[in-house]
Write a protein that binds this ligand. Sequence first.
Ligand code: PMV
Length: 355
Amino acid sequence: MTLMKADQKQENLSVTHGRVGWRSPSNIALVKYWGKRPIQIPANPSISLTLSTSHTDTYCDFRLKEKPSQDISITFLFEGKENVAFGQKIKKWLTTLVDQMPWLTWFEMAFESSNSFPHSAGIASSASAMSAVAMCLSDIQSQLFGEGSINLQQASNLSRLGSGSACRSVYPYAAMWGKMEGGYDDYAVPMADALDPIFHTFQDTILIIDRSPKSVSSTVGHGLMNNNVFAAPRYDQARANMIDILRAMKDGDLEKAGTIIEQEALTLHAMMMLSDYILLKPGSLAVIDAIRQVRKQEDWPLYFTIDAGPNIHLLYPEHIKDQVEVFIESELKQHCQDGQIIYDQVGAGPINLIS
Ligand code: PMV
């Protein structure tokens, strides 16, 4: 149970200092969230697989301030160095949370964070970074007021306010976010049990086609949907795709799920093209072509998805891992910048680094 604001009184504190630490993974959307309204409310529901190898480790030392102030007092070290810009982003986010968590202004908080994946890998790190901070905040709150355990729904809600898609990273294997039957706009819900277990074995091999920083931030990308004449049909398509993919994933129908996954990736890029942005590179198209050819030849359940950039995520069940790896090394690696490939897979969600 999460304490209400009224119960968060200084005289109720169980501890005045401590250290928490969480490892939180990135996630990859199958039905994409693209378009939002304030405050981080998605224009359509989405579903993602929770990854494992691509993660952020975040620790936070917290100590009751000697002199009370209304300020959020944080420092933020990223990979051992002070990262002022990211610290400010976190501070801005935490300021929006003070209303529901007044204790945020009572403590000094020192964060240290590092990513498992290289900074220049072209992987969006906001989902893992923000969900790791949110897990730390929920942990601190549960320690301060003796709540016992972390409320994942609260952690998901906090993550969402930091970076929309981060709200899906707090659950094992898969999560759904956005209003629909069984889904909510404010936080994501766990989906592992609603899926055929084959999806718990899914591999996500990330082919780094180009690791330059994103040419369009996701904030700008979401905003472009506001003037996109195809926005309304796109949101309808996503809602229909959610219903269809949930059924296909429950039934273990990889072909149906894979068809929707690829359509979603291509639609995201079609939306960007309508706003005059081409994010795919020639290598991205060469990889897509090769995947479709080998799928036909070998009859493998091998599909691709793409976020708002040029890099390609290959999705497939573990039982074809060995064959797919040979294919990647011989046919796809040549299209990757410096041959860079990240072998990731679906995982069990955030890990407590302290206990
Ligand atoms: O969470 P944001 O604002 O970085 O948006 C993420 C958008 C996509 O990665 C393209 C799709 C998604 O659902 O994760």
